[in-house]
Design a protein around this ligand. Sequence first.
Ligand code: KG4
Ligand code: ZN
Length: 334
Amino acid sequence: MITLGIETSCDDSAVGLYCSERKVLASLLATQLEHGATGGIVPEVASRAHLKNLPPVLRAALGEAGLGLADIDAIAVTRGPGLLGSLLVGLAFAQALGEAWGKPVLGVHHIEAHLVSNHLERDLVFPALALVISGGHSQIFQLRAPGDYALLATTRDDAAGEAFDKAAKVAGLGFPGGPVIERLATAGDPHAFPFPLARLTDGGLDFSFSGLKTAARLLWERVGPLSGQALADFCASYQSAIIRQLLDRLERALRGREAAACYLAGGVAANRTLLAAATARLAPAGILVHAPSPRFCTDNGAMVACAGALRLAAGRAAGAGLAPFSRGALKSWR
Ligand code: KG4
Ligand code: ZN
């Protein structure tokens, strides 16, 4: 079965083709360069760019897979959370294709798509825990089966990706911050600068990154601007503090819970230092640690197609609704 996935929740116009038997057939996207001059995403500009980008990206994806629209069995499209105008463009595009070609259209939650990006290169195993960390989210879920998701922890303030992006901004390293901080950190000493580990007074599992962000800014104001080895040390120490908090919460979430696997997902899961640290910590306990290849960690269409395919495989047909939403928690559908 071949599913087409369409993702337009933010500023990437992404299309993917996923085959239940052969995995990813194509995954392409157009990144919007229109926002460079404004220093932030302008919603109307993003919507207009999706309108322009989707047809050529779809054509290119079909070409890469050697398929025509008639070969597609179903269409999956992100409903939210995200920018409403951007979501509407993707949803209208998917619905028009579904009508014209007589294919079922399924609405997908963006966080579910990130979760199942771990199914794109190897089959998911259950029960599992999943850490979804992106520019807008930091959450831990318990996965008992496809469609069965229990939220265990979320962030009290900023997301992990925001923490990377903010420190990069303070250090004048540009956007997005995660990849550049990871690259510079490889030559740095993670113990050079002390950054705190946030613990909640109620002992909860939730994340908090705002204190870390402030600590980075205050440190930079005191000792910056840094360059060369000192900058590498700053990046390594800061990244290590973020990883320390992520693993602290993950290990505590695992206590008393059965898990055959621990999945990392979302843009921050592209960080291979995090993957190596999580593997070193959890693999000795017999837990499989997996993160998708970096291109499937950040927003993409293949993960949306995969989420739709898993739902169809579980006998859940289309029709759950195609209305976009800007905010909203992931709910189980099983
Ligand atoms: O999932 P994503 O592409 O978009 C959202 O849904 O937010 O995530 C983007 C975030 C950015 O904050 C970026 O800095 C972070 O993912 N990121 C990374 C890495 N690559 C991207 N963070 C740490 N290490 C990386 N290698
Ligand atoms: Zn995302």
